[in-house]
Structure formats: C-alpha cells, structure tokens
Design a protein. Structure first.
Length: 378
C-alpha cells in the first residue's frame, strides 16, 4: 500500500497526480476533504514525465483552474497542498526558487519549478498554486539527504502537465515528436573550439540515418540556434519542445554552419516508444535477453560514463542468459570478444561471427570494469 496526493481538474471527476503515485497500483482510492471515498479508474499514465490522470464517478465537483506556468517568476509566492506523511490536506507556503531545472535524473523529460515550500513524502501529485489559487505546477519530488524536507522541492510546470493530460484523456497514451539527432550543450571549451560565444545554441554531435533531421539537411557539427523563431536554451529544453511538437508538423531550424547562418525546414517524426512510454531501445538481442542503446552525451552524463565509449544496456530480461552472466541495466558494454564496440549493430555482428559456446564481454559497471562471459547455448 502507498499514498500520495492529487487534485480535481474538472467537475466530472478527472484528477491529476503523479505516475509514481498510481502507476503500479491494482486499485486506487480517492478521499476528499469532506471524507467521501471513491474508487478511481486510471485513465492514463506517462512515466517519462511522471504525470497520471485518474477519474472518479461523480459530477458537479469543485475543481482547480490553471494559470500560465511560463509566466511564473523567480521569487513569486506559491502554496503547496498535499498529504505529507499521511497528514491529509496540508498547506505550506514558499517562493519559486528557480525555473527550468533539468538534469536532476528524476524523469526523462524535466523542466522543474524549484520551490522552498515545504514538500515531504506524500506530497507527490499535489498542486502548487499561486496566490490566486490557480495551479502552476504539480509537486513531484524533493532533494533530501535525510528523506524529509530540506528546502528544495520540485514541481512539474502545469503547462507541461496539461499537454500530457490532453493526450492521456483522449487516448490513454502519449505520442511524442522526433527529430533524430544527438545533441549536447555548448560549453565554454566547445564554443572556443568552434569560434563561438559561450551558450550560443546547442551542438549536433550526430545525425541519425533516415531521420527527419537528415532529410532536413542537418549535419554533424551544426549549431542549432532557434526552433520556430524562438532561441534554444539547454539540451533538455530543446528536447522537450521537440517531443511536444505533434508528428507531421513542419518546423524552422535556424542553424550556424561554417560561421554562416541558414534556415532548414524539418518535418517532425514520431518517437517510437515501449509500452511504458519511454523511447524504444535501438537494439534488442532476444537470444541474450538484452536491450541496447548507443551511448550519447545525455546518457553518458546520466550514468556517469563521461569520456567513455561503448553500448549502454537499457534492459535485461529476468532469467535470461544476460542476467545469469551478471549484466544489469545501466552497464556499459565496451568490448565483445576483445574487440571494441560502439553501436548495437556492432554487437549483433560480433554475435553472428562468434564460433564459441560463450561470448566474452568487457563491461563497465559504474567505476568498475570487468569481463563477463555469456553462455550462448542457454
């Protein structure tokens, strides 16, 4: 059993909360302020953003209205409602400490509002409102070394949550846009190497073959400056904007190539996802029970593999040969049969050429590196 918070967003009983509150639940019970209890249906969940929509069978309910979270300013006063430690309908107050927080490692798509309003376990899914009582965010997580409040809480901006809500209510799932590039933030060192100002745009480190980006003419080494006339910020912001662009939409990309600016037109594609809404692995080795993905700068930073090369393990099937050999999600395969690998396709070719009863892998697991042998006849 577990508990969390949520808030009514329509008079006919739709409720917004976090995926991690209800996503794995067999049964959900909603308790209102006046003590009424309802069994709720899960309409849809989106693990990559941690947004979920549930519904109770009732009508003419009081509900919260939304405000524009993009207009929120650092220093604005906010109020957080929730159910911390089972203390239902608790209100705390604070200010907006920061906006656009990403790289926290909580969700796949991050653009958090940071607040010092007291948020504790059980607050997840509750509303963060302005002084007019309008929702500007959904409380989602805290930064803590003790497990309790330390003055740093994170809320999903309601503009982002609202886009997810619309798709979940309409179809129960979320469709995301895809451009097909590996990108990285422009650091001071990179900017100097490219003769650019620090912080100007984001760098294209690789263009995926047969992707919308390739069709639009993007090339490795291009610097993306604007998306549809709006300057791009960090990688996380650009990735979020592309993902929320409906597939089939044509967008304008202002880029810099060889110190000259030009505009490209790209038609956004559809991001292929797994059942949980997360991007599908680019390599699936069913025989070994492995899913693999090429290492990119974002994944390298997330898993602590900066400066390394190899292929990331994104999933290991329980009971598979890979699991019995000791492979885990987040491992980095650097060699197969003593030869360096950088793509899932190279691992697949190495397996096809293998003449032995086992496959020898050099695997990096966090800070440690070791050899693992996978039995091929299992």
């Amino acid at each position: 059993m577990g508990q969390g918070s949520g808030f009514i967003i329509s008079p006919d009983g739709y409720i917004m909360t976090n995926n991690h509150v209800v996503g794995d639940a067999d049964q959900v019970t909603v308790t209102l302020l006046d003590g009424r209890e309802y069994k709720a249906d899960i309409i849809g969940t989106d693990p990559p953003t941690d947004v979920a929509i549930i519904k109770i069978d009732e009508s003419d309910l009081p509900f919260l209205r939304f405000n524009d979270s993009d207009k929120l300013q650092v220093g604005d006063w906010v109020l957080a409602f929730g159910n911390p430690f089972g203390l239902s309908h608790t209100l705390t107050a604070g200010i907006v400490s920061a906006k656009g927080r990403s790289g926290i490692g909580l969700n796949d798509y991050e653009n958090f509002i940071q607040t010092d309003a007291a948020i504790n376990p059980g607050n997840s899914g509750g509303p963060l409102v302005d002084l007019d009582g309008r929702v500007i965010g959904m409380n989602t997580a805290i930064f803590s070394r003790s497990g309790g409040y330390m003055g740093i809480g994170f809320a999903i901006p309601i503009n982002m949550a609202q886009r997810i809500r619309e798709q979940l209510v309409a179809s129960g799932s979320v469709t995301r846009g895809r451009l097909g590039v590996y990108i990285q933030d422009m650091t001071a060192d990179l900017a100097e190497s490219f003769d650019l100002e620090k912080g100007e745009g984001i760098l294209v480190s690789r263009v995926i073959e047969d992707s919308p980006a390739q069709e639009a003419g993007l090339k490795q080494g291009d610097l993306i400056l604007e998306l549809d006339g709006r300057k791009v910020g960090k990688v996380a912001d650009f990735r979020n904007r592309v993902s929320f662009t409906p597939p089939g939409t044509k967008v304008k990309l202002l880029i810099r190539r060889d110190n000259r600016k030009q505009t490209l037109i790209a038609k956004i594609g559809t991001l292929e996802t797994n059942a949980d809404g997360r991007p599908a692995a680019t390599g699936r080795l069913s025989k070994l029970g492995l899913s693999l993905q090429e290492l990119n700068p974002d994944l390298a930073e997330k898993f602590g593999y900066q400066g390394q090369s190899g292929v990331l393990v994104t999933d290991v099937e329980p009971g598979s040969a890979a699991e019995r050999a000791g492979l885990k999600r987040g491992d980095l395969i650097q060699e197969v049969n003593r030869k360096e690998v950088k793509t899932p396709a190279e691992i697949r070719k190495a397996i096809e050429k293998n003449q032995r009863s086992s496959l020898l892998l050099l695997v990096r697991q966090g800070e440690a590196t070791r050899y693992l042998a996978i039995k091929m006849d299992e």
